[in-house]
Structure formats: structure tokens, C-alpha cells
Design a protein. Structure first.
Length: 72
């Protein structure tokens, strides 16, 4: 079995949101760090705001960390 980061922040959509996957489950579309932290809290991950920059926990795909708008 291949190891995968538990939290994936997918590339920005044209409307600026990013789909969030936690442990293989789609949990919604975040539009900023506060949304992401709330999704992680609801998924049972404590101190989520402290973990956003940990590459072992969060994989930011198709855009930089904390970038929510699709670049032109």
C-alpha cells in the first residue's frame, strides 16, 4: 500500500475555491485558510491551523500553500 498525505488541498478552481480531501474523503471546497481549518476540525483533526504548513500532513497540489485564487 502506498503512503499518502492525510490532507490534500487540490488545485484552485476557476472560481477560486480549492477542493479538500481528508483521509480519502471529499470534505468540501475551501476558499481560505479559515475554511480549511474548519473542515479539518469537523474531520476530527485537532490544532488543524498549526498543521497547514506540515508537508507530512498537508499536500498542496497545483498551487502554493495558502493560495486560494487561480493565477492568471
Amino acid at each position: 500500500m502506498t503512503w499518502q498525505t492525510p490532507i490534500i488541498v487540490h488545485p484552485p478552481a476557476p472560481d477560486g475555491g480549492r477542493r479538500i480531501t481528508v483521509r480519502g474523503q471529499d470534505v468540501g471546497v475551501a476558499r481560505d485558510d479559515r475554511d480549511l481549518v474548519e473542515f479539518l476540525r469537523r474531520a476530527g483533526l485537532g490544532d488543524a491551523d498549526m498543521a497547514l504548513d506540515d508537508p507530512h500532513l498537508v499536500e498542496w497540489r497545483g498551487g502554493g500553500a495558502h493560495e486560494w485564487a487561480k493565477s492568471s
